[in-house]
Structure formats: structure tokens, C-alpha cells
Design a protein around this ligand. Structure first.
Ligand SMILES: Nc1ncnc2c1ncn2[C@@H]1O[C@H](COP(=O)(O)OP(=O)(O)OP(=O)(O)O)[C@@H](O)[C@H]1O
Ligand SMILES: [Mg+2]
Length: 506
């Protein structure tokens, strides 16, 4: 396919040029002759379906991968980006889709990793590094203690630290690969303000995201990748959201949130005044059969903590839970799964996937007993494993190679689809979905929404947590708003004002 260029006059100087970048992995052409000019001081959006080559392109520019063919020009001169160190020297600073933070180190240690500051005597100067980290976090209005260990932070907080790290590296080309999957609207607004500030002081930014409605608010131009090729590039003032989606997927998506209602009277889950060791503070709510109960709230408001308490991960110190009419107490996730609860976690890296196993193995772990040829002989029926995987694949369109590839080598969105497929296979009655569509492209999101509708039609129930407020309001029947671990209101989703949820005061 020949890329369609929608060209336009641009006064700015060409900063970086990519010419015919081509990169293949065993069995896939990830990038095919991608040529692109990047202008000084612009914010360039880079979008495309899952597996279209966005992260691969960024990794080539950041010196992680060496493309088999093609050239890079930096300010008109050809350059070879043979290592990430060289990329950094050329001013490329990247926030990767998969976090690069070391979980056992503190925020300060991560931010200064590889560039520790020393005092006059040659000792590591922790005091100064702490102060610098604090001032960077303050500038970015990020309220996180620099001494906190990374693994104690939520996914969204880790994303903010990643962004701060990219910011301190102070590159002239700042690349953000899906920085907002877990960020709520106020944080995204702040990030966009920062990007505009950076661009106005001459920094160039490449911004990758599947939340097209957010991207178009901040970028100057948008480049679309499709199957590893550049499908088009346009000035943001000259293209609509639908135009972008059409270029990405080749189809017109008219309905973004196809919500269907089937709420019944029977209550499946009743939570009475629960408090946990981990920040849930006297929470009560009910979820009925066929109902999607959405949890709104800012970062740190306790949404994920409620999910963890229901699934038997965090200890409940007081209060009661009734599930399917019976009082229950889950001491661990296994008991919750056996009772009929499924949990799509927000962090596929640490709680979700086995990165060294293939798609089918990951997909079937939640109900492995179903795959035994017999209960006595605990031998796995591998044909059945593949058949079940193919079933969910039909709906979610997971990359075909995922049947053989370790999921660690799949694109970010395809990894998320594997997480979703696992729980669909579990046949639970109640689904906790924490950021289920993070990193999933717009076409596949629609499939996830259709699956939510199918689950509701089958009288299942969902607790939905999503930082994408449009998704949350549109796909929920009821919205509970959380603040500091407490529910401040429960409303019919139809009565929730979108503007209020952005400021998180439903
Ligand atoms: N290290 C690797 N080994 C094998 N295949 C890979 C590797 N990295 C990427 N690929 C393949 O290259 C293709 C492009 O992947 P890439 O990660 O660039 O997609 P993406 O556009 O970033 O997708 P997403 O939106 O899901 O993050 C995919 O088919 C992917 O499976
Ligand atoms: Mg990617």
C-alpha cells in the first residue's frame, strides 16, 4: 500500500527525518518503509491499531531496536542510532509503554538511575537528588513522596513518575508511548498543559495514545500507522476524529458506546460498610443482576482497593459482604474465583500475565481444571485449550501469532486482550473490570463493549473501574463516586454530568 499524504504548509524547521524505516521480527513485518518528517517544536500524535508498529518505531528512534533498513536524519545530518545511550545523547527522551522503573527502588532513585549526583567528596548526594526530585514533582504538580518505593505506587502513580523521569532527562525530542492509560482526567489535563509548555520552549513531542479524543486536543499533527505502514499524516485542524479512525482501521465507526440495559431487581452483591487495611473506609453499595456498576474517583480515591477487597486480596477489617444471597468472606483470590468472581486487573505486568507463556496458556489459567482430560489423569487437553482460545479470539481479534508467541513479545494492546480473554473464559457471574480497555485500540474496544453487553444480557454483573470518563459514564448503569476511600454518592449513570466527573465531584 502506498501511504496517502495529506500535506500542508508548515513554517517550522524539519528536526528529525525518518526515511524508509523497515523492521521485521520472525513472521511479522512490524514497520514497512515508514518515512516521516518531524518538525521542531511540534506535538505530533502517533496513532494506529494494536500491533500497527507504533512502539517499534519509537524503539528504533530510541536506539533499542536497529531497523533492518532505512535512515534517520537529525537536523539534516544522517545519524545511526545504535544504542539507547546514543539516542539520549541526541536528545531523545522516551517514556515507554512498558514501565522502565525499578520496582524495588524509590522514586528519587529511579529518576536519577544511571546519573547519580555526587558531592564534592565524591559521595552520592542523596539530599540534593531528593530536593531536585521534589521540585520536579512539584513543577509537574504530582503529589508523590520521592522516598516512596515504586512497587507501593498505583499504576497511575507509576505512569506519573515515568513522565517525570522523561521530563528530567530534558530531551529535545520527548516521546510518550501511551502515558495516560491509567490517568484520570485532571492528571491528563495537567500532562497536556506540560506538553504545551515544553513545545512552546522548543521541545518536540511525539505522543502515542489510543484515546483519540484526548490526542486531538493537544497535538498539532497526527500520523497514522496501519499494518506497519504510514497510512496518512494530517494537520489536526484538517481532520476529524472519524477521519482518523477510518484511516486507522479502514472502517467507519459510528457508535462508540453501544450500551444496552438489562438491570434486574435481584441483588447479586451487597457490600455493607466495609473497611480494609488498605484505604477502603466504610463503603456500602449493591449491584444487581445485569447491572454495570461504575466506580468514579480520582487517582488514589480507593477504586482499585475496593476491587482488591472484594476479590480476597486485601484484608477486610470490618463490614460484611453478601454474594448471591449468602454472607461471604474470601481469604484469598482462589476462594473468590471458586465462588464465581472474575477480576481483570489494572496491572497486567505484575498481577496479570505470565510473560513467558503463549496466549492460550495465559488465557486458560483461571479455569485450568476444565482442560483436564479427566479428573484423575490431570493431563491437559491442548486441543481444547487452542479451541477455547480461538473462540475468544474471534471476538477480540488477538494477533494470530499470539497462539505461539510468548505474550511478552506481543504489542501492549494485544497483551491486554489476552488478559480480557482469560476472564471471559472463566464463566464467572460477577466481573470486576479494572481499566479493561487500557491500551486497546478503538475497534477492539467496541468488541469489549459488545462483550459487556452480552454479559449483561446473560444476567451477569460488572464492577467497572475506568479512568476514561466517557467509557465509564456510557457503559455503566449506575455510578458510585469515591473520595478518600468513601462513597460520596450513588447515581443513575444517565444523571451524571460529564463535566462533573472530569473534576471528580459527581
Ligand atoms: N520483540 C518482538 N518480538 C517479536 N515480535 C514483536 C516484537 N516487538 C513487536 N513485535 C511485533 O511487531 C508488531 C508491531 O508491534 P508494536 O508493539 O510496535 O505495536 P503497537 O502499534 O505499539 O501496538 P499497541 O497499540 O498494541 O501497543 C506486532 O505484530 C508485534 O507482535
Ligand atoms: Mg505499543
Amino acid at each position: 500500500m502506498i501511504a496517502v499524504y495529506i500535506s500542508f504548509p508548515m513554517k517550522a524547521k524539519v528536526f528529525w527525518q525518518l526515511k524508509n524505516i523497515t523492521m521485521f521480527f520472525p513472521g511479522v513485518v512490524a514497520l514497512n518503509n515508514v518515512s516521516l518528517d518531524i518538525y521542531k517544536g511540534e506535538i505530533l500524535g502517533l496513532v494506529g491499531e494494536n500491533g500497527s508498529g507504533k512502539s517499534t518505531l519509537i524503539k528504533c528512534l530510541s536506539g533499542i531496536y536497529q531497523p533492518q533498513k532505512g535512515e534517520f536524519y537529525y537536523q539534516g545530518k544522517p545519524v545511526k542510532i545504535s544504542s539507547s545511550m546514543l539516542a539520549r545523547k541526541l536528545g531523545v527522551s522516551t517514556v515507554y509503554q512498558e514501565f522502565s522503573l525499578v520496582p524495588t527502588l524509590t522514586v528519587t532513585e529511579n529518576i536519577f538511575l544511571g546519573r547519580l549526583m555526587k558531592d564534592k567528596k565524591g559521595f552520592v548526594d542523596w539530599g540534593t537528588m531528593y530536593e531536585k526530585t521534589k521540585s520536579i514533582l512539584d513543577t509537574l504538580k504530582i503529589d508523590i513522596d520521592p522516598n516512596k518505593i515504586i512497587y507501593n505506587l498505583s499504576v497511575a502513580e507509576q505512569q506519573l513518575v515515568e513522565i517525570a523521569k522523561g521530563y528530567t532527562a530534558n530531551g529535545s525530542l520527548v516521546i510518550l508511548d501511551e502515558p495516560t492509560t491509567a490517568l484520570t482526567a485532571p492528571d491528563i489535563k495537567r500532562l497536556h498543559e506540560l506538553l504545551r509548555r515544553l513545545a512552546s520552549t522548543g521541545h518536540t513531542i511525539i505522543y502515542i495514545s489510543h484515546r483519540i479524543n484526548e490526542v486531538i486536543e493537544v497535538v498539532d499533527r497526527i500520523a497514522v500507522l496501519k499494518n506497519g505502514e504510514l497510512a496518512g499524516i494530517a494537520n489536526i485542524s484538517e481532520i476529524t476524529m472519524n477521519g482518523i479512525v477510518k484511516m486507522m482501521s479502514g472502517r467507519h465507526i459510528a457508535e462508540h458506546y453501544p450500551k444496552q440495559c438489562n438491570v434486574q431487581n435481584e441483588v447479586i452483591l451487597k457490600v455493607e460498610n466495609i473497611t480494609t487495611e488498605n484505604g477502603v473506609n466504610g463503603v456500602s453499595f449493591e449491584i444487581r443482576k445485569g447491572e454495570v456498576f461504575g466506580l468514579a474517583g480520582l487517582l488514589g480515591s480507593g477504586r482499585t482497593e475496593i476491587a482488591r477487597a472484594l476479590f480476597g486480596v486485601d484484608k477486610i477489617t470490618s463490614g460484611k459482604i453478601y454474594f448471591k444471597g449468602k454472607k461471604v468472606k474470601f481469604n484469598n483470590p482462589r476462594q473468590a474465583i471458586e465462588a464465581g468472581i472474575a477480576y481483570i486487573t489494572e496491572n497486567r505486568k505484575t498481577d496479570g500475565l505470565f510473560f513467558n507463556l503463549n496466549g492460550p496458556k495465559n488465557s486458560t489459567t483461571a479455569k485450568i481444571k476444565k482442560l483436564f482430560r479427566s479428573n484423575r489423569l490431570r493431563i491437559l487437553d491442548l486441543k481444547k485449550e487452542c479451541k477455547i482460545y480461538d473462540e475468544s479470539n474471534k471476538k477480540l481479534k488477538i494477533e494470530p501469532m499470539s497462539k505461539y508467541k510468548m505474550v511478552g513479545f506481543l504489542s501492549g494492546g494485544n497483551q491486554q486482550k489476552v488478559v480480557v480473554s482469560r476472564w471471559l473464559f472463566s464463566e464467572a457471574d460477577f466481573f470486576i473490570m479494572d481499566e479493561p480497555t487500557q491500551g486497546i485500540d478503538i475497534g477492539a474496544r467496541l468488541e469489549v463493549y459488545n462483550i459487556i453487553n452480552e454479559l449483561m444480557a446473560a444476567s451477569k454483573s460488572i464492577l467497572l473501574i475506568s479512568s476514561d470518563y466517557l467509557e465509564l459514564i456510557s457503559m455503566s448503569d449506575t455510578i458510585g463516586n469515591l473520595k478518600f476511600g468513601r462513597i460520596t454518592s450513588i447515581k443513575d449513570a444517565k444523571d451524571v454530568d460529564k463535566k462533573l466527573i472530569i473534576n471528580s465531584s459527581v
